[in-house]
Design a protein around this ligand. Structure first.
Ligand code: KIV
Ligand code: NA
Length: 258
């Protein structure tokens, strides 16, 4: 049975840590699922893999195409579809339409949207009441890169108060979980303690209920990666080595063997 959004809240009560990673294709989805990852986010960080500089140009169509592929590779993990920039902010109808396409066309079980300001909280409530599970995302929200940059958020007392208020409002609106990105770890702990739904941290310290990384950062496949990411293996180096070996053997007529 696939993992459900309700199970994640039970795990929080039980103190079981949630393991989340991003995937953008069938192979990655299959490998992550096979390795026991609990939650697979089809992140709009897909933009980087497609060669865009930010997540802003990414379209709903591009996300749908990749999410379908990921979903085909996943049996157990909860698959979350990251709604791209300006596919949910325009109106409730737009958010409903985009979320509907995400769930119905790809088989993802939930959507994620960025922000915690009042209009977003109302959008979350609308989606949840219609039966769409929603994950929140506050702190550094990369879709607002031209307003915020990629700096750590929640550093001043006012800003950290605002983030606490937003987290509580998102939970009250029915979000099943919230991503906390690039905020001080003490603030992430405070938010985590105030909520009954699980927090999933990225660059938010070790006090969250779960952790997420962008899989290409973990695998050493990203062109650049944030300071809080950890590279567990350098696949870029491994690929370069394999390709160079192939090139040498082809040029020397050593491959294929006679
Ligand atoms: O798009 C993404 O990969 C994300 C995670 C970093 C949370 O939003
Ligand atoms: Na994202």
């Amino acid at each position: 049975m696939p993992i459900t959004t309700q199970q994640l809240s039970q795990w929080k009560q039980q103190g079981r840590t949630i393991v989340a990673l991003t995937a953008w294709d069938y192979t990655t989805g299959r490998l992550l699922d096979g390795s026991g990852v609990d939650l697979i986010l089809v992140g709009d960080s897909l933009a980087g893999m497609l060669g865009y500089e930010t997540t802003i140009p990414l379209t709903l169509e591009e996300m749908l195409h990749h999410a379908k592929a990921v979903r085909r590779g996943v049996k157990n993990a909860l698959v979350v579809f990251d709604l791209p920039f300006l596919t949910y902010q325009e109106s409730f109808q737009q958010a409903m339409h985009s979320a509907g396409r995400a769930l119905k066309e790809t088989g993802a079980q939930a959507v994620k949207i960025e922000g915690g300001y009042p209009a977003i909280v109302e959008t979350v409530a609308h989606l949840v009441q219609a039966g769409v599970p929603v994950m929140g995302h506050i702190g550094l929200t990369p879709q607002s890169v031209h307003q915020l940059g990629l700096r750590q958020q929640g550093k001043t007392p006012t800003d950290s108060e605002r983030l606490i208020t937003e987290a509580i409002a998102l939970e009250a609106a029915g979000a099943f979980s919230i991503v906390l990105e690039h905020i001080p770890s003490e603030l992430a702990i405070q938010i985590t303690q105030k909520l009954t739904i699980p927090t999933i941290g990225i660059g938010a310290g070790s006090g969250c209920d779960g952790q997420v990384l962008v899989t290409s950062d973990l695998l050493g496949l990203s062109e650049k990666q944030p300071p809080f990411a950890k590279m567990y293996v350098n696949l870029s180096a491994a690929i370069a080595q394999a390709v160079q070996s192939f090139a040498v053997e082809v040029r020397d007529r050593q491959f294929p063997k006679k």
